[in-house]
Ligand binder design. Sequence first.
Ligand code: PEP
Ligand code: MG
Length: 332
Amino acid sequence: ETRRLATLSALPSVTRDGAEISLQANLELPRDVEVALRHGARGVGLLRTEFLFMSRDHAPDEDEQYALLRDIVEGMNGRPVTIRTIDVGGDKLAPSLREQIGEPTSEAPNPALGVRGVRLSLAHPKLFETQLAAILRAAAHGPVRLLLPMIATPGEVLAAREAVERVYKRLKRRKLPVPEQLPPLGVMIEIPGAALSADALAQVADFFAIGTNDLTMYTLAIDRGDERVAPLYNPLHPAVLRLIQFTVEAGMRYRVPVSICGEIAGDPRFTALLLGLGVRELSMAAPKLSRVKQRIRAMSLSEAGMRARRIMDQVDSIRIADLLDDFNGGLD
Ligand code: PEP
Ligand code: MG
């Protein structure tokens, strides 16, 4: 079985009817690069940079962040690396940031609805600009995309873009190597309101990455870390699926590439449905890549599209799960 999966990592990720699906890895630290390559990742669809700030007393400065990111970009050897700016707050803490951001965000009345993700970055320009400088410098070493977490409005994207442009000019004045062009600037679609205004966000963003972990949590009002409500946490709820569908369709209309990087991207149970909805890019924990690829190679996209349409006609998540399992049964 291990050998079979090892062989798989070298095979292309194409459906039986010839559609190519880009399979990428979610990374947290430079040491994950080797694992991603071993499992055949075509790039990094999500680098969670907040992990560079965790398990340490002091936040890394610009040079240290740059060195860490450069190692990842160089390690991926020409494959695209999607670097997400810091996403702390909610369930994610980084005590090393306390010096710069003051009161821990976990003590807010409702951390999940408070200053987290891009809100924190925009509220602390120095922290944000230091990170952007490190990212832009790393982008001189290979293809980099910049990704903003917890976006709710186009205004946040515009504010972030201004910061990127400001930092880029400053680096050029410092005569530091930067890429010739600014990296594409994408947004996480993980707030229901962002999904429902995906058409507006498509006017200001270069790509979308759907974060189904938070999207499910905020859509169903189920804390992803609270075991007491865990049984209610269900990405197959029709509301979640409709938000994914709406986002993918807006992306197609405005020619904005859409990837999925939440846990469901790495769950083979969801693969046929996501492809059937029009998704062509999935990013997941590296060890999940082989099984998802196996699923992709067993299915045809036209069949997946037909099945997805039937599933999207349903209003009941149990019926949805049954239809999905029925389709998957035929693919094993
Ligand atoms: C998500 O919310 O689905 C996601 C990919 O981001 P994270 O799990 O880091 O919040
Ligand atoms: Mg998230």
